[in-house]
Structures are given as structure tokens and as C-alpha cells.
Write a protein that binds this ligand. Sequence first.
Ligand code: ZN
Length: 237
Amino acid sequence: MRILIFNEHKQDKTEAAVRAVYPNFIHNALADVLKDGNTVKTVTLDDENCGITKEILDQTDVLFWWAHIAHHEVPDAVAELVRDAVLGGMGLVVLHSGHMAKPFKLLMGTACTLRWREGSRERIWVTSPGHPIAKGVPEQFELAQEEMYGEYFDIPTPDDIVFMGWFAGGEVFRSGVTFRRGLGKVFYFQPGHETSPTFHHPVIQTILRNAAEWAAPTCRGNILYCSNPAPLETGAE
Ligand code: ZN
């Protein structure tokens, strides 16, 4: 698989609490998880146009997206390229605070808002045990330290709710949800707060690898235009 990882790369550069957890930056931590058997490239906001072009997306099977405080710095044209690539079959995995990222909001068509609070224990339950993204994941597991994301999460009704999160403050959240958009597959996954060691957790790493495999294209094509073909048969009209 050809995997592209976008990380806005702000807080993991400048904030000591984030550097302490991800000294080699979030995009490289994700790349380490996903690199076995795959071609993995990383891009950030520091790259021109986020390092994203149509040609690069054409050569990408699955795009991972982590972003938090600088969604507005992603040009609209880049977000539209990502949306169009998904409609054409590219897989997209949106992590944690990426719920407010422009490409995700374009693909959902809703506000994608939720409630949040820093610092909580989370228990994650598998709610779709037969789903490929849940393969090898225990029926429930705990993250000692995550950010609380709670319902209501303003997304369209997902195709599948693979994981449900419960937080020590009493909230629940649809933590792992899947969507089909055009020919492409989208997975949103809630864990991954920048000051929590979530991406170092072995179960989370299994889920990320499963998500890449699930989201990889089974079919790609240009469905952005309506075609106007000649009839296959003649004389039948
Ligand atoms: Zn967060």
C-alpha cells in the first residue's frame, strides 16, 4: 500500500508537553506504525500546499490526517483535492481532532462538532466485531489518558460504528466510524490527543494498520463528471 500521512505539525514542534510524548513528531510516529510492507510518505503544513497535489493523491492508496489547531491554514483547494480523491476511490483515515479538518467536513456535509474535555480515562468497546478494522482487537480495552470526546457528534449516520468510547466523566462517543463516499472509504477514529501516548499503544497500532488495509481502494475511477455515452445496442429504440 502507498500511504500518505498529513500532520499539521504545529504543537509537536513547539509545545514541550507534546514533544515529550512524540519527540520524533506525530507524522513520524504514525509512519513507524504503518511502514511495515507499505510505502509511507509524510507531509505537513510546512510543505507548499501541504505537500498535496492531485498527482500525489493519484499515487496514494490511503491518506491519514492528523490536525488540531490550524485547520484554517489548509487551503480550500487542497481540501477539495482530498475530497475528490476520496470520491475517486482513495481511502481516508481521519484521526482525533481531524474531525474539524476541512476535507472531513467537506465529505461529511455536517458541522462535525462534539463536546470535549482534556484529561480522561477512556474505555473503548468493539461494537462491530466482524469488521476488518476490529480484527485482533480485544472486545474492550482502556486508554489511561485521553481527551474526552462526547456525543452529540454531528456526523451523518455512519455505515458502521466499529468502536464506542466511554469516558470516566460519564460521556460516550462513537469513537470509530466508517463511511463510503463515492468510490472511497473513510474511517474516523477518535483517540490520538497530542499529549497522550495513544499512538504508542499496541491495540491502537493494530487498529491503525487495520484501518489502512480496510480503506485501501478496491476500485478507482473518475466519477466527478456525468458521462454521455453512445448506446450499446442500435435499432432497439
Ligand atoms: Zn485533542
